[in-house]
Structure formats: C-alpha cells, structure tokens
Design a protein around this ligand. Structure first.
Ligand code: NAD
Ligand code: 2VS
Length: 502
C-alpha cells in the first residue's frame, strides 16, 4: 500500500468516473474476495480499479475447480483437440486485441503501440507457437537390442503435471502469462493464475476470452492478491498444486522454493537480471547505439532482458556515450495514446521510489550522470503518475552496488574495457545470468564472445530477437529451467518410460 511519502491516489469522484471492480474468476464464475485493494494508474495517479483480493478460501476453491476440470473432459482431450482450442484462443485474442491493449495500457501506462506490437501480438503468437509445438513433438522411443540377444521397445509417454500455479509479474503481463498458459494448456494441465497486484486487468479479460474460445470452466482460474501472506503464498503452499511456474524477482523465487519444498513440487523460474552489453571498436557504432538505446530503455527499462551494464572498448567509449546520451534525451515521455510517446511511466510510485534510490546511490558511488537522473515535470495532469527520466551513468565499475544490483528502470552504467578477455570477465562478473548482447562486425569474435557469456541467452548485433522454439531462461539468480518450444513441454509434463520385451 502507498506510504505516507507518496502522492495519495486521486479519489474517483474527482476523476469523474467510478473505479472498475475486478473479481476473481473461479470455475467460470466471478467471485468476490476477502477484501479489495486499489489499482492506481501509473499515468496520473488516479484510482482506476478496486480489485477483489482472494483469501485462502478462494484459492482453495480455485485449486478444487482446476482439479475437477483436470479430472473432466479437458484431461481426456486429444493433442489435436487441444491444439485446435489453442488456435481458437489466438484468433479470439486477435479479435479482441483493442480491449487487451486498453487493459494493458490502463494498468501499466506503456505506449499503446508497444502494448499492441509486443504484449498483445505475442499473446496470440504464444498460443499459435505451442499449438504447433505440441502437435509436432513426438515421443522418445528406442528399439533396444541387448548383447544376450534380448530385444525390447522403450518409449516414453508424457502426461500433464495436473494443476499448475502460474504466478506472473507486472512488466509484460499478458505476454508472460500466455508464455506460460499456452504450453500448460497445450499439454493438458489446468491452472490457477495469480497475476501481479499491479496488473490485474489483462489476465481477467483473457479468462473471459478463453471461455469464449471454448476452454471449459475451471480449466483456467484467476485469483488476485499479493504474494507473502496473500493469494500468492496461499497458492504455492496449497497441497493441491502439482507444480509452480513463476516469473518475477529472484528473492521471490527463493521464497517460492521454500514454499514448495515440503512437497517437493517442480518449479520453473524466470527471475531477475543484470544484463551486460559489450561494444567492440569494430562495431557498427550507429547500429550499436540504436540497439543499446532499445535494450536499455524499452518499456521504461522494465524488461528482464534490459541492458543495465554497457562495457565499451575504450577507443570508442566517448562516441558511444555521447550517442546514447543523445538517444536518452530524445525519448518522449507522455500519454499512451499519443503516437509521439516513446516511453511510459514506471509501474508504481513504490517502484519509482526504488529506482530513485538507485539514482541517489549511483551519485553517492561517484557516478557522472550523462542523461536524466531525476523526476520530470510533465504537466498535462501527469505529475501524479510514476514518471522518471531515462538515465545514463559513467564513472562506475563492477565494485559498485548500482552495477551489481538489478534496478529494473530506464538506466545503464557505461564502463570502458581494453581487451576482449577483460570484457568477458567484466560481463560474467555477476550473480545473475539471463541475457547478454555483443556488438562487433567480426562475427568470428561475435560467436566466440557470445558463447562465453555465462547467461541463458546471448545476442550478437541485435537484442530481443525471438524464436519461440529456442530455450529462454537464465542461470544463477536469473532462474531455473527454460521456456520455449519443447523446453516448455518438458516442464508441464512428466514422462513414463514403458519397456516392452519383444
Ligand atoms: N526472467 C524473466 O523472464 C523475467 C520476466 C519479467 C520480469 N522478471 C523479473 O521480475 C521482477 C519484476 O516483477 P515483479 O516486481 O512483479 O516481481 P515480484 O517477484 O515482486 O512479483 C512477481 C509475482 O509474484 C507474486 N509474489 C510475490 N511474492 C510472492 C510469494 N512470496 N509467494 C507467491 N507469489 C509471490 C507477486 O504478487 C507477483 O504476482 C524483476 O526482478 C524482473 O527482472 C523476470
Ligand atoms: O521481462 C522479461 C521478458 C521476458 C520475455 C519473454 O519471456 C519472451 O519474450 O518470451
């Protein structure tokens, strides 16, 4: 809840419209919670929704509904039937894209074009990708021939986990939810979703769309609330949960691991990052600077893959620093519907306080602020929102907290290097391990450096170019497991190997 130092939300009457009520969705029904919490607009600080918080009873009802649906027709559907349903969901998402864009933009304040071209477009793509993957993935099987002449057929059938808890963050709410939901459903599971308390709208709307597309009641349930002491914890500690797929902060991942430990349930974790970019002197500097501007400031720096550490070969350091500072200064903060807007607000005033604390820490650690560094005055009724200036630092190094800890805002530290070996060592000097980017026109070097990154993903001369069949995830504090293509299918199913002597 907002602390006394934050601007209180403007009351509904002052904004001329009543806030929406957002309910839990259990077994196809809207269900009230034990209370409600406010959803505040990050654009202007107005109260936009009262969200029903699910308590232990509602979470228990949701898990029971998912179990009943799993034991019903859904659990007996063929792969082809489920793939057809998933493709129908994708078509329904396309049909109702405007509503989903409005839901995402209302909750996050991100530019409409970004919500449309990334969040909502990927939601449909996720469902189509896993309809294809589940249809094309066969079984592991072997014709076994032993030295003593015996022969056998070994084959592994994969069965769904059962009832899966899906817990997702607020930065790419619909993209990340469907990235989990599509493979979970494709493999015959049923789910209980716990969206972020900051972004309840698109998950709730998606549940309606799923029902419209023929997903039976109870297969997908949505409970709203917070984490510890609320719906999130009630879900992860529930004995009826067969697995947990989670995207969010590394510290939350640790808490969820502790919650499922007594029942040894499988977890899939997509966690935090402190991602590095390496810029070699032989890079196409215009392309590198444009790419760095995108990887640092996309979604106001609120993407797990965003670059927060930029290591630049010393001979081109000043050119890259000047070019990136100029890009940061050109970003246009404004209302989501304004086509000129490039950059939205942070998700909340609480998150802005966190990012600002790192802005203050960087200066105390000796940073030079090349761009931004503060809170903008935007006028136009926006100053009650959670806006912050796109920022760029120099003068820091790997010993500083602002270069080691995830900020999750529109900011990066520029640090020089003198050799390839030094660059690789600096980039790998982190407890995280999610994504890296290498900028060089020497592709032999590009492959060599990319493969030495201790990360789950490593891009060369591009960033966030995605093939949904490739493994997505991180090492260290950045996560456990991979999502994408058959990697997702393996998490949401358990194989039984059958051996038949011939
Ligand atoms: N690796 C990835 O793919 C990826 C993608 C997006 C975001 N992230 C990370 O997520 C973080 C930002 O998202 P956030 O602030 O929503 O993360 P968060 O961990 O605070 O919350 C994520 C979700 O977990 C729930 N939650 C919190 N504590 C819980 C608990 N104890 N038990 C059960 N549920 C709990 C929250 O209510 C929310 O729904 C950043 O660290 C970012 O790097 C990672
Ligand atoms: O904020 C993190 C972004 C994650 C992106 C994906 O999981 C994806 O593109 O599939």
């Amino acid at each position: 809840m907002p602390s006394e130092t934050m601007t209180p939300p403007r009351p509904a009457a002052e904004q001329g419209r009543a806030p929406r009520a957002i309910h839990n969705l259990i077994a196809g029904e809207r269900v009230e919670g034990i209370g409600s919490f406010a959803k505040i607009s990050p654009i202007d600080g107005t109260l936009i929704a009262e969200v029903h918080e699910a308590g232990a009873e509602q979470v228990d009802r949701a898990v029971a509904a998912a179990r009943a649906a799993f034991d019903g027709p859904w659990g007996r559907m063929t792969v082809a039937e489920r793939a057809r349903v998933l493709r129908g969901v994708a078509d329904a998402i396309d049909r109702r894209a405007d509503e989903l864009v409005a839901a995402e933009v209302g909750d996050t304040g991100k530019p409409e074009s970004l919500a449309r071209d990334l969040d909502v477009a990927r939601a449909a793509a996720n469902f189509r990708s896993f309809a294809d993957t589940v249809s094309a993935t066969g079984l592991d099987s072997f014709l076994t021939e032993l030295p003593d002449g015996r022969r056998a057929l070994n084959y592994a059938v994969r069965k769904p986990l059962g009832v899966v808890a899906v817990i997702v963050p607020w930065n790419l709410p619909l993209l990340l939810l469907t990235w989990k939901l599509a493979p979970a459903l494709a493999t015959g599971n049923t789910v209980v979703i716990k969206p972020s308390e900051e972004t309840p709208s698109s998950a709730t709307l998606l549940a309606e769309i799923l029902a419209e597309a023929g997903v039976p009641a109870g297969v997908v349930n949505v409970v709203h609330g917070f984490g510890a002491g609320s719906a999130g914890e009630a879900l992860t500690t529930h004995p009826g949960i067969d697995g947990v797929t989670f995207t969010g902060e590394s510290s939350t991942g640790s808490a969820i691991m502790r919650a499922v430990a007594p029942r040894v349930r499988p977890v899939s974790f997509e966690l935090g990052g402190k991602n590095a970019a390496l810029v070699f002197a032989d890079a196409d500097l215009d392309a590198a600077v444009a790419g760095l501007a995108r990887s640092t400031y996309l979604n106001t720096g609120q993407v797990c893959l965003c670059t927060e550490r930029i290591y630049v070969e010393r001979s081109v350091f000043d050119d890259v620093a000047a070019g990136l500072a100029e890009h940061a200064g050109r970003l246009r903060l404004g209302r989501p519907e304004d086509p000129a807007t490039t950059t939205g607000p942070l998700i909340s005033q609480a998150h802005r306080q966190k990012v600002q604390s790192y802005f203050d820490l960087a200066v105390s650690e000796g940073a030079t602020v090349l761009a931004g560094g503060g809170v903008p005055t935007l006028g136009d009724g926006l100053d009650g929102g959670s806006w912050i200036e796109p920022t760029l630092w120099t003068g820091l190094d790997n010993s500083h907290r602002t270069v080691r800890e995830e900020v999750f805002g529109p900011v990066a530290a520029l640090i020089p290097f003198d050799s390839e070996e030094e660059a690789i060592r600096l980039a790998n000097d982190t407890d995280y391990g999610l994504a890296a980017v290498t900028w060089t026109t020497d592709l032999t070097r590009g492959h060599r450096v990319a493969q030495q990154m201790r990360t789950g993903m490593s891009w060369v001369n591009t960033w966030y170019l995605r093939d949904l069949r490739s493994p997505f995830g991180g090492v260290g504090l950045s996560g456990i497991g991979r999502e994408g293509g058959h990697h997702s299918l393996e998490f949401y199913t358990e194989p039984t190997n059958v051996c038949v002597q011939l």
